[in-house]
Design a binder for this molecule. Structure first.
Ligand code: SAM
Length: 255
């Protein structure tokens, strides 16, 4: 039987599922703060963009650990509403503005930004394309920090290779992704892998309750059932093959 790739499910359905979760991708406050530790020269005047921000899990951590203003952008209005409400609640609304938009059509000026952040989202437009396109909005000496799924080994079992090539066709090894970053005009400053709890405790485990809620709400809806089956399959594959792949934080400086 042919497997369905995640991008073949209904966009509204995927978003409704994910907006009910604190995070929409693997990650953690510790990883966000560790990536920030490689970035210098931020001030009250700094302009930061968080692209594919989702409901803003990492945006709030960024805001609490930097100065300057953050524009957080996502395609899905429901996530942006939730992000702006969280910023309000945390007293960060004067520095954090969530806007609806697409990461391949950014509303910034050339050389305007000091830092571009993006966790788990760049592959929606492609790692290489995103790095190249986003670079023009960064000032010289500005930084980019993104997480992206990468292979940890040169070879891996066919089952996991096939799954990820369908979900994220550009997936490469860490060495490959660093060289893509360098070719796109950044000095690679750091790269580190995200720990297992970023995938389990912060991503797959919270989904278990969400999946039950979703299946109850969409009883007998074949698309919803197939989507939940896909998400469960993805989590099972992670448990089976986590030594072969994971998210990597890539940090680069524009030259
Ligand atoms: C895996 S989630 C990551 C969300 C969040 N950064 C996190 O780590 O929790 C990917 C996000 O990218 C957003 N997205 C997908 N395509 C996009 C596009 N073209 N422009 C802006 N956002 C997009 C999705 O709506 C989703 O919120």
């Amino acid at each position: 039987m042919e497997e369905t790739a995640i991008h073949e499910f209904d966009f509204a359905l995927i978003n409704e599922y994910f907006v009910g979760l604190e995070r929409q991708g693997p990650g953690s406050p510790e990883a966000t703060i560790r990536a920030l530790s490689f970035i210098g020269n931020l001030s009250d005047e700094s302009k930061i963009a968080d692209l594919g921000c989702g409901t803003g899990g990492q945006t709030m951590v960024l805001a609490q650990n930097t100065r300057g203003t953050i524009t957080a952008l996502d395609l899905f209005p429901g996530s942006i509403d939730k992000l702006n409400a969280s910023a309000e609640k945390l007293g960060l609304r004067n520095r954090v503005n969530g806007i609806v938009g697409s990461m391949d059509n950014l509303p910034f000026q050339n050389d305007e930004l000091d830092l571009i952040w993006s966790e788990g989202a760049i592959d929606n437009i492609g790692f290489e394309k995103g790095l190249n396109y986003w670079r023009s909005f960064l000032r010289k000496g500005g930084f980019l920090a993104v997480t992206n799924a990468s292979w940890f080994t040169d070879e891996r079992p066919t089952e996991i290779e096939k799954f990820w090539l369908e979900a994220s066709p550009e997936i490469g090894t860490i060495g490959h992704d660093i060289s893509v970053m360098q070719k796109a005009g950044y000095v690679p400053v750091a790269a580190f892998t995200l720990s297992e709890n970023c995938w389990t405790d912060n991503y797959y485990i919270p989904q278990k309750i969400r999946q039950e809620e979703f299946l109850n709400k969409y009883a007998d809806n074949k698309t919803a059932e197939a989507f939940i089956a896909y998400m469960r399959h993805e989590a099972d594959l992670y448990a089976k093959y986590k030594q072969y792949y994971g998210y990597v934080f890539y940090i680069g400086e524009k030259i």
